[in-house]
Design a protein around this ligand. Structure first.
Ligand SMILES: Nc1ncnc2c1ncn2[C@@H]1O[C@H](COP(=O)(O)OP(=O)(O)OP(=O)(O)O)[C@@H](O)[C@H]1O
Length: 306
């Protein structure tokens, strides 16, 4: 399948700081992509650059017109919510959301219906006549998202949309986005809520220190990463044992006085660990932890920081 969005050598510098360093990727239609990275990795810069909010220092971004329903006004095909708030505080919830729909070129009855549907998805129907300035932080965030998505864009690009949302609202909203992606829309979403994103994403863009570390399937990311082996010992660890563990060839995290977690390459067997430990340790229990996105991500981040 051909791309819907293509970044070539995308580079953004803030003065001396290289915030994005020659990023190359192609995003296909119908993908649900989560954007991962530590604080300051470059996620917002990436999102702002692909939506035109941030000037690139080098490189290009191309949207494939074949996929855009509004070819005359390509920006109207995007549903973009930035990390910073862009609301009109002295008008109502309804006026804010319908403005987003109108700016995308949709008017009249169609606009009213789209606005009503978005308010419903974000649980804002009963708040539609309230002034935005009187809303709570979480409600404000929901209005911002409703305004970004109400016109039913082809590509959703959302920077930390679930911040400030309660668990139920986040899940309802992500379920809505999942259905949109299943119907062919593309979703690019940045969030630190990794467990929730694992439930919905097909692909991952992992940025570290401005570099693209990984772009590919979620399943592959989890399966190719390191795994964790938890070992419980018969007694509390002694100073000598702790010293030995600190110098062991794999990373070791202490869980409590008598158990540890070993971060090992995927193919490492339990037997290898048992073999290495037995001269100095009495093992009570050993097991491999099932990999999840959160652990895989943390292990990759840890590897990158070494
Ligand atoms: N306007 C700016 N001027 C100078 N440096 C900036 C500017 N905006 C971002 N940066 C720097 O660029 C880097 C990437 O920032 P960015 O906001 O893209 O990170 P992020 O991954 O979105 O972080 P977070 O998860 O904390 O939101 C950081 O080192 C940040 O300090």
């Amino acid at each position: 399948m051909s791309y819907i969005l293509k970044a070539t050598d995308l580079t953004v510098n803030y003065g001396e700081k290289v915030a994005l360093d020659h990023i190359n990727l192609e995003i296909g239609g119908g993908e649900f992509i989560c954007l991962l990275g530590s604080n300051g990795a470059g996620k917002s810069t990436f999102i702002n650059a692909i939506t035109g909010l941030q000037k690139m220092s080098h490189g290009s971004i191309i949207y494939n017109e074949d996929y855009l329903s509004n070819k005359k006004q390509p920006f109207a095909s995007l549903g973009f919510s930035a990390q910073t708030s862009v609301m009109d505080y002295y008008t109502t919830v309804w006026d804010n959301v319908i403005l987003g729909v109108n700016l995308a070129g949709k008017m009249g009855k169609e606009a009213n219906e789209l606005c009503r549907a978005a308010l419903n998805v974000l649980g804002l129907t009963s708040k539609k006549d309230m002034l935005v300035e009187s809303l709570s932080g979480g409600q404000l965030q929901r209005v911002q998202i409703a305004r970004a998505i109400a016109h039913k864009p082809d590509i959703y690009i959302l920077d930390e949309p679930t911040v400030g949302l309660d668990a139920e609202s986040s899940e309802k909203f992500l379920n809505y986005l999942k259905k949109e992606s299943e119907s062919g829309k593309t979703v690019i979403i940045s969030s630190h809520d990794i467990q929730l994103l694992e439930m919905f994403s097909d692909k991952i863009i992992f940025i570290s220190n401005g570099q693209l570390v990984y772009y590919g399937s979620l399943v592959e990311f989890i399966n190719n990463s390191e795994s964790e082996i938890v070992v419980t010992f018969n007694s509390d660890l002694t100073t000598d044992q702790l010293y030995w563990l600190q110098n062991y060839k794999f990373s070791v995290d202490r869980i409590d006085k008598s158990s540890c977690k070993f971060i090992v390459p995927k193919k490492t067997t339990l037997l290898t660990i048992i073999h290495d430990l037995t001269p100095l340790f009495e093992i009570k229990d050993i097991s491999r932890q099932e990999n999840h996105l959160r652990e895989s991500y943390l292990n990759r981040v840890r590897g990158d920081l070494k």
